[in-house]
Design a protein. Structure first.
Length: 571
């Protein structure tokens, strides 16, 4: 790939002056802004968290997270006041309570999760799940990168595994799946949050632990939920060695209660680029940085500087890494360059009338084809005049070629199909031909302008036009000098046709006989001029149908032939 290299003295001098303004997209992420200070536990629909806290609410009615603020005039709601009395968790020691301080500022919230399995009391895997919901100050932009984070603490409680604690950012909370328990307390179920707790077993060490992750937005996400996102049907209670605590199968109950503070969601520097391109394409990469940047194809920003503008434009030639650097860090992307297909249908062509031709392109780097009629085979049969095109595709890259097919008429057939000749007198037949055509005869020599027939029989011919179109035809020649025998089918002895005889031409000898219906021969002769007068042994024969047999010798080729038939005698 040909790139322009920019050599800049003191390359990072200007980077020290860069400023990247970060805006937390989560309003009131530290829970410091309130409508009123907490004066009671927020455990039911009458006292939801949004009654006290700005920008936050419970996503479903009936259960709500708790709100703590050190500015509350009631000391019990300045910090957690929770202990387990058989029904609830409670921190009984004031010294412990006062040591649970916000990560920053004066406020934080608490989220409670409870699982009960008590077949004796009629509960089978009963869940009580709290969640907190908020709206972002602006929608996320597609393909931009964001880093979401929050802090949690479980000081004063048991050590529990809570790998299912997380934060999801979505466009529409109605798309969340919920699993309903026996008391219809829902929990986000089967969803995949962008930010999930990955600390494993959590110790009650009064340490705020951060949960964070970087993700790429799908676009238009504007709602946030922090909750327990369980992907199976069980929650486990672990001891300090990470072993699962065996619970009474008849009745058990355990809870998670965690404090949440400092929820943030920042857009981070992001290189916006496609991950693949067709070879030869014009490519534009850009970034979301607000300050100055440099582009390079080397992970070391001091080498191979190829641009300093917000948009880097180039032609895709080979696969490789691209980097963008700012004073706050860098981002990178790998561009896969796909070989562009080549396809060629050749020059415009023609199809003969009532015929088809096969269009076969030459191609390279092609995995799929598509023709203008939807056919996906490498070849296409064309029978009509018009434009034809084919698209060759390779991993999303495509190339199109087209061809115009002209329909050409078939050549005219012969002007005459029957001829007579006489080989005895050498009287032959000549046929004038179309000089624009070539005539390919079955047994005769190929001709252009005329042909002479000297033998009797039928001859097939294939006629080719100037465009190569073929039309088949046939001509038949009769040798009239051959033996001819005509036998009448009736005669009247007392009428005009008073006798019966074969009429011959080109016959050298003749023998013929006449039989009555009982097979008795009533006449025979070997003379070409002999005839039967309708008598037998001097007596008149009755009107009836009689049968004849004629054997003759051809005058030209001396071949003998026999014909049979019947004749009607009428009186």
């Amino acid at each position: 790939m040909k790139t322009k290299t920019i050599h800049i003295a003191l390359l990072f001098t200007f980077l020290t002056k860069l400023a990247f303004s970060q805006v937390n997209l989560v309003p009131n992420g530290s829970f410091e802004e309130y409508k009123m200070l907490p004066d009671r536990l927020l455990t039911n629909g009458q006292n939801p968290i949004n009654k006290y806290l700005l920008g936050w609410s419970a996503p479903y009615s009936g259960i709500s997270p708790d709100y703590y603020n050190y500015l509350s005039p009631i000391i019990e709601y300045q910090y957690p006041n929770i202990m387990y009395t058989g029904s609830f968790w409670r921190i009984s020691s004031d010294s412990i309570r006062k040591n649970i301080t916000p990560l920053s500022g004066d406020a934080f919230i608490g989220i409670f999760n409870r699982k009960i399995n008590s077949k004796i009391d009629g509960y089978d895997n009963f869940y009580y799940i709290e969640s907190v919901y908020g709206e972002l100050i602006s929608k996320l932009i597609k393909n931009r990168k964001y880093e979401g984070a929050f802090f949690f603490n479980n000081f004063g409680l048991q050590s529990l595994i809570i790998a299912d604690l997380g934060m999801i950012i979505i466009e529409d909370t109605s798309t969340l799946k919920y699993k309903y328990t026996g008391s219809w307390i829902p929990m986000p179920y089967g969803n995949k949050p962008q930010i999930m707790q990955s600390h494993g077993l959590i110790k009650n060490d009064n340490q705020w632990k951060q949960v964070s992750n970087i993700f790429k937005a799908k676009g238009n996400e504007n709602q946030i939920i922090i909750s327990y996102f369980k992907n199976d049907s069980s929650l486990e209670l672990l001891d300090s060695s990470n072993a699962v605590i065996e619970l009474n199968v008849e009745r058990y109950s355990f809870q998670n209660y965690f404090y949440i503070d400092s929820v943030t969601l920042y857009e981070i520097p992001c290189l916006v680029a496609q991950d693949s391109a067709c070879k030869g394409d014009s490519i534009s990469f850009y970034h979301t940085f607000s300050g100055k940047t440099i582009w390079t194809t080397n992970a070391d920003s001091t080498q191979e500087v190829i641009g300093i503008d917000s948009v880097y434009r180039f032609m895709a030639n080979q696969s490789g890494w691209y980097y963008v650097f700012t004073s706050t860090g860098k981002d990178s992307t790998y561009l896969t360059v796909i070989e562009t297909p080549t396809v060629d249908l050749g020059a415009d062509t023609f199809v003969c009338e009532k015929r088809t031709i096969q269009l076969t392109p030459t191609y390279t780097n092609t995995s799929a084809f598509e023709w203008q009629n939807g056919t996906i085979q490498p070849t296409l049969q064309a029978s009509k005049q018009g434009w034809y095109w084919v698209k060759a595709t390779n991993a999303g890259c495509s190339k199109v070629d087209s061809i115009y097919v002209t329909e050409q008429p078939l050549p005219d057939k012969l002007t005459q199909h029957q001829f007579t000749i006489c080989t005895v007198t050498q009287q032959y037949a000549t046929l004038a031909l179309n000089t624009n055509y070539i005539y390919y005869w079955q047994t005769l020599t190929d001709t252009f302008n005329q042909i002479t027939f000297t033998q009797a029989g039928c001859e097939k011919v294939s006629i080719e036009s100037e465009y190569g179109c073929l039309n088949d035809d046939e001509v038949c020649i009769e040798d009239v000098c051959g033996a001819k025998v005509f036998v009448p089918n009736a005669f009247v002895p007392e009428g005009v046709n008073s006798t019966f005889k074969p009429v011959t031409k080109y016959v050298s000898s003749l023998h013929w006989e006449v039989y009555n219906r009982w097979g008795e021969r009533v006449f025979a002769a070997d003379d070409l001029d002999a005839s039967w007068d309708g008598t037998f042994n001097g007596a008149l024969c009755n009107s009836d149908v009689y049968f004849y047999k004629v054997t003759y010798t051809d005058l030209i080729n001396s071949q003998k032939q026999t014909i049979k038939g019947n004749v009607t005698l009428l009186r």
